[in-house]
Design a protein around this ligand. Structure first.
Ligand SMILES: Cc1cc2nc3c(=O)[nH]c(=O)nc-3n(C[C@H](O)[C@H](O)[C@H](O)COP(=O)(O)O)c2cc1C
Length: 381
């Protein structure tokens, strides 16, 4: 029975070859940060107000002049075409139906121009990795602008790729090479294999000029090896030259970095440790959130991601001062389990959980949730 996101995670595990599930589920090195994201969320306690008279609950929030139906968005997920062919488009359509933003990864397998089926372009955002040849980024930004994407999310926690040991153990790396154990793994999941055979193996189509899918291996190598290591605070001026819409920095944990981002004119911050996939040793996102919120002092919106699997988790982030949450793995578990319908189901489930949790907390609007709803830490046993 599929009644929560953990059930979808289990079904995803049964639907995907091991190497794909591990790619999705796994984190860096010993996966301490990955685990902390969930463990620390569980430690936050919410204090309900009774007799709140909340017959109608408004879950919506507004950002950059656009109303979202709920305070969550779909985070950027690279190589999502490995989970399902055209997985990016499925995530985008489900997000558009739910009227929440979807963030397309630089490492996506669907063309920027093919996402217009999500007919709310302002809720379609682009995530940017800057490769050492900055022309790639400049071209991407031009195309996202032409497609009327609503915001740019610059990911700042990948100067190098984190060490994903599950991938190493599974001999899964880019460029892709088929080993005997990988072939066996794939044969155990005929449904996945036949979809891949029909849909074709995923390519990093947005890394190719004019969007023509070329040599997938060359694209993968480009992405894996050639991040721009010179990227620093002064590079934001270059980004601004090529993108005049809302700009978010994703991957901030340090309050000083948040302050610096604001002084550089960034429009919002995403507190994130990349779902525990980059720096194993970094704090959980939820534990880093209060420091960033205090540093930002309400001047700009702060979003957060990492470990959000329940409606109550979302409320906890709002109580600590976040404007909203990005959902990473949760919708992709839905995608892996049941395709586009699975994404719809996970988003609807989280929405229902959030609505129930808001009623139990005793609030009628998301803006009402604040630190006064946190149970004091000193009350913990
Ligand atoms: C399989 C996978 C691929 C990801 N690819 C990207 C990416 O291309 N760009 C990016 O900024 N973040 C990427 N992330 C990080 C997510 O955007 C998000 O920060 C993270 O998944 C949140 O944690 P959660 O999965 O626990 O919700 C990826 C995460 C996963 C699980």
């Amino acid at each position: 029975m599929l009644i929560n996101t953990s059930d979808y995670e289990k079904k995803a595990n049964c639907a995907l070859p091991r190497f794909v599930f591990d790619y999705l589920r796994g984190g860096a090195e010993d996966e301490q940060t990955l685990r902390l994201n969930i463990q620390d969320l569980a430690k936050v306690r919410l204090m309900p107000n009774c007799l709140a008279g909340n017959a109608h609950i408004d879950l919506s929030v507004e950002l950059f002049g656009e109303r979202w139906s709920a305070p969550f968005a779909v985070a950027p997920i690279g190589l999502c075409g490995l989970v399902r062919p055209r997985g990016d488009a499925m995530l985008a359509r489900a997000a558009a139906r739910a009227r929440i933003p979807h963030i397309l990864s630089t490492a996506s397998n669907t063309l920027i121009e093919d996402l217009h089926e999500a007919d709310a372009p302002a809720l379609q955002w682009l995530q940017l990795y800057v490769l050492s040849d900055r022309l790639f980024a400049e071209r991407l930004l031009k195309r996202a602008k032409a497609a009327r994407f609503g915001a740019l999310v610059l990911t700042v926690d990948v100067p190098v790729s984190g060490a994903r040991e599950r991938d190493a153990r599974n001999a899964f790396r880019l460029p892709f090479r088929v080993t005997p154990s990988l072939a066996l793994d794939v044969l155990r999941r005929p449904g996945w294999l036949s979809r891949l055979a029909r849909g074709g193996s995923p390519q990093f189509v947005n890394l190719v000029p004019e969007g023509k899918a070329g040599d997938a291996q060359a694209q993968a190598a480009l992405l894996a090896r050639e991040m721009d290591r010179t990227l620093d605070w002064s590079s934001l001026q270059w980004v601004r030259k090529h993108w005049d819409g809302p700009l978010l920095l994703k991957g901030i944990l340090h309050p000083k970095d948040a302050q610096r981002a604001l002084s550089q004119g960034v429009d919002a911050i995403v507190v994130s440790n990349h779902g525990g996939r980059q720096f194993d040793g970094a704090p959980s996102s939820i534990s880093a959130l209060p420091g960033v919120i205090d540093a930002v002092e309400g001047r700009k919106p702060v979003l957060v991601d990492g470990g959000f699997r329940r409606g109550t988790d979302v409320l906890k982030a709002l109580a600590l001062g976040a404007h909203g949450v990005l959902l990473g793995r949760a919708p992709v578990y839905g995608l892996a389990a049941d395709g586009e319908q699975g994404v719809d189901a996970v988003l609807a489930m989280l929405r229902q959980e959030l609505e129930r949790a808001a009623a139990l907390l005793g609030v009628t609007a998301m803006g009402d949730v604040g630190r006064n709803h946190l149970a004091p830490a000193e009350w913990l046993p």
